[in-house]
Design a protein around this ligand. Sequence first.
Ligand code: ADP
Ligand code: SF4
Ligand code: MG
Length: 356
Amino acid sequence: MTESITDTTTDDSAVATTAPREAGVALLEVEDLAVEFRSDDGSVRAVDGLSYRVDAGRTLALVGESGCGKSVSSLAVMGLLPPTARVVRGSARYRGTDLLALSPTQHRGHNGTHVAMVFQDALAALNPVHTVGYQLAESLRARTGSSKREARRRAVELLDLVKVPNAVQRVDEYPHQFSGGMRQRVMIASALALDPDVLIADEPTTALDVTVQAQVLRLLAEIQAERQMGLVLITHDLGVVAGVADDVTVMYAGRAVEHAPVRDLYAAPAHPYTRALLRSVPRLEAGGDRSVGGRLPVVPGRPPAPGKVPPGCPFHPRCDMARDVCRTDVPQLDDVAPGRSSACHFATELLGGVRA
Ligand SMILES: Nc1ncnc2c1ncn2[C@@H]1O[C@H](COP(=O)(O)OP(=O)(O)O)[C@@H](O)[C@H]1O
Ligand code: SF4
Ligand SMILES: [Mg+2]
């Protein structure tokens, strides 16, 4: 069953434990999630009413500039918020079970097996003094109680799964012997070790050069499709989601401001912030390289810090379409076309009059 993803696989049982996942089944439904941090000035809200859903066999991209709440919302779903943060509202249902209502011990039991995460700073997470295989095997042993021999066999399978060449040999090498792209594959392998239904990959390619980014994204897309996993792909770069995601949720200041199927969003964004993000995606010229020439400016200014979100539309100080109403009235995330929603007072104008 792994031909299409692991042409180096030596043993098909690498993914044989995957339970069938029916396409279209809702695996993870985040609803109205709000997270606050305690600070000297009181509480500040880093995530404010975020909702999204990821189904089996689908990839949802969670996109927005740095600081908009992508990582914090994911850590909340995993029950891994720092002690200064707390969920103040909302739910995160995995196949109907609200993960946020579980005890920490119960929550940990879901992590890895049902919902797993590749963390944003994953490349730094490998211990330099142990071999890659030892680290994969030990975390497996801790979770499954398998023997050393079995865990090592599985570590080789996992490296095969993420297309690390010569896995049998490389399993005994140290992290510094792996390139950045290969280390990121190891971290993805580690997240996939317990065959999760949902994988949250937090900026999995940001630290990599453009060619390697594309390879790692393609790998993730292949594994996701092969296993009918639900994938939540977090990125600040709308350019990377085009060939990978089915749907996109754009975040700004802790909120979802647009949700759409990826093609619709590219064809006609329904929020000025999305439009600005799209304008910042460099076009690939013939023979060109996105890494050459730097990025185009997104939009002047910066997103507001939590606690400094302006009244009305949070985007209004940076929006070239802002009018008086935008400074006073908070736009809600409303349906604007089939399968599409936008939190902009003038979304239908942007879409050229298309109405839900
Ligand atoms: N440990 C923390 N303490 C206080 N504020 C934090 C902490 N971690 C994140 N934040 C704030 O929460 C907001 C969202 O952060 P984050 O989810 O990491 O953004 P991103 O979208 O870049 O992943 C940011 O403005 C950040 O400053
Ligand atoms: S509501 Fe107003 S300020 Fe906000 S994105 Fe729409 S036009 Fe811009
Ligand atoms: Mg982040």
